[in-house]
Design a protein around this ligand. Structure first.
Ligand SMILES: Cc1ncc(COP(=O)(O)O)c(C=O)c1O
Length: 395
């Protein structure tokens, strides 16, 4: 067998999202694109904002000398400065370019951070429901995944975390706003989490990292203010990207930001820069670094996603689905009307509505809907949702 055991295992147990998407493609071939309602992928339907195209055009028409060459592995100083200035403005902390490393998306950021900090068998704690690629990323760098539960509102259970942290714990990885639940962790929650981690660091006499994966930070609803991790814990790292807020997932552009008060921050950032290189990313795409430099305050319309959320929430609730209304992202994570989420998702699939079973996110008994799709796809899916709800009598 030419493929390693580990990769074979990873493919076999791999992404339910991909699996449902690919099975959906067979249905699309059979019934035609317009007759299949695909709510599987988090691939934003929106085009990037106008400012993106203007900036791209400006650069193409006025090329900078050497703009396609290799650069510092951390990324252009001008771009890191722009990111740091915006973060400082938004948070009141004094970020500098030395706290920022430009990366190939949040996925690239996570791999760089995990490669930098993990020794073999170090544990990384996650909370279900989680973004399934986290498991692959942790295992890429010989870490051990420890999954802990969240409560009924998808907020991690801190008493369980307290009991679970041990000498092997290297990092706690959170994701707010959360894929798949759409939950945003409150200021109060982050405060308690920070205190808990500080106490555990003191108890074990070692550093425990808090990593927040926040690519959906700007896609939040109902006029909320996004609670940041920075005021609550010094050993914190943010990984993010412009895949969702500027709708650029194919362009692979993001960054890592480290807390400006992190002790040993220089050593850690040097590690990130080194790992960005040796993982083969080398540096984040040059053109995109130049483009996003001036777009740090720009975002796609969260209101447009909120409108889609409201539509879906209203209709599905009326049908009897039990849903915690997402506070952000473009996902919804309702309870499956029957315990077996896979059977439920297969029933929907028969009616050409494609979703992903909750077990793919470590939370059986739920299913994920991705609503970053055209309105007609959402509208078209309602009949299927209604028929399956009636079949399983959610009322
Ligand atoms: C929670 C979460 N983290 C990371 C990623 C990866 O994003 P990127 O395209 O920035 O690598 C995604 C993509 O869907 C995501 O949902």
């Amino acid at each position: 067998m030419s493929v390693s055991d580990r990769v074979q295992r990873s493919i076999k147990w791999g992404s339910w999202i991909r699996r449902m998407f690919e099975e959906g493609n067979d249905l699309k071939r059979q019934y035609g694109e317009d007759n299949v309602f695909d709510l599987t992928l988090g691939n934003p339907i929106m085009e990037p904002p106008d400012e993106f195209h203007q900036e791209l055009r400006r650069l193409v028409e006025n090329p900078l000398p050497g703009m396609h060459r290799y650069m510092e592995n951390a990324g252009y100083a001008e771009t890191r400065t722009a990111v740091a200035e915006q973060l400082s403005l938004e948070t009141g902390f004094k970020f500098t370019l030395n706290d920022i490393v430009m990366t190939c998306g949040a996925a690239g950021s996570l791999n760089v951070v995990l490669k930098t900090i993990l020794n073999p068998d170090d544990e990384v704690i996650l909370f279900s429901p989680y973004f399934p690629e986290f498991i692959n990323y942790i295992e890429n760098h010989n870490g051990v995944v420890k999954v802990l539960p969240s409560d009924d509102h998808f907020v991690p259970k801190l008493d369980v975390l307290e009991a679970a942290i041990g000498t092997k714990t290297k990092a706690v990885l959170i994701n707010s706003p959360n894929n798949p639940s759409g939950a945003i962790y409150s200021e109060d929650f982050l405060h308690q989490l920070g205190e808990l981690l500080s106490n555990k660091q003191a108890e074990y006499g070692k550093q425990i990292f808090l990593i927040n994966d926040e690519p959906y930070r700007k896609i939040i609803f109902d006029g909320q203010k996004y609670p940041r991790i920075w005021p609550h814990y010094e050993h914190s790292i943010v990984v993010t990207s412009h895949s969702k807020d500027l709708a650029l997932p194919g362009e692979r552009i993001g960054y890592i930001a480290i807390h400006p008060d992190f002790d040993q921050r220089k050593e850690l950032v040097d590690g990130f820069i080194h790992c960005n290189r040796i993982l083969g990313y080398v540096n984040a795409p040059a053109l995109m670094q130049n483009v996003v430099r001036r777009l740090q305050t720009v975002s796609v319309s969260a209101a447009e996603y909120q409108r889609k959320r409201d539509f879906l929430y209203r209709h599905l609730s009326e049908m009897g689905y039990s849903i915690v209304n997402p506070q952000g992202t473009f996902y919804m994570f309702p309870k499956s009307p029957i315990e077996d989420d896979l059977t439920f998702v297969r029933e929907l699939q028969q009616l050409r509505v494609l979703t992903v079973p909750g077990r793919g996110f470590g939370s059986p008994g739920y299913f994920r809907i991705s609503f970053c799709v055209e309105d007609r796809t959402l509208e078209g899916s309602l009949d299927g949702f209604r028929m399956v709800a009636e079949k399983f009598k959610t009322h």
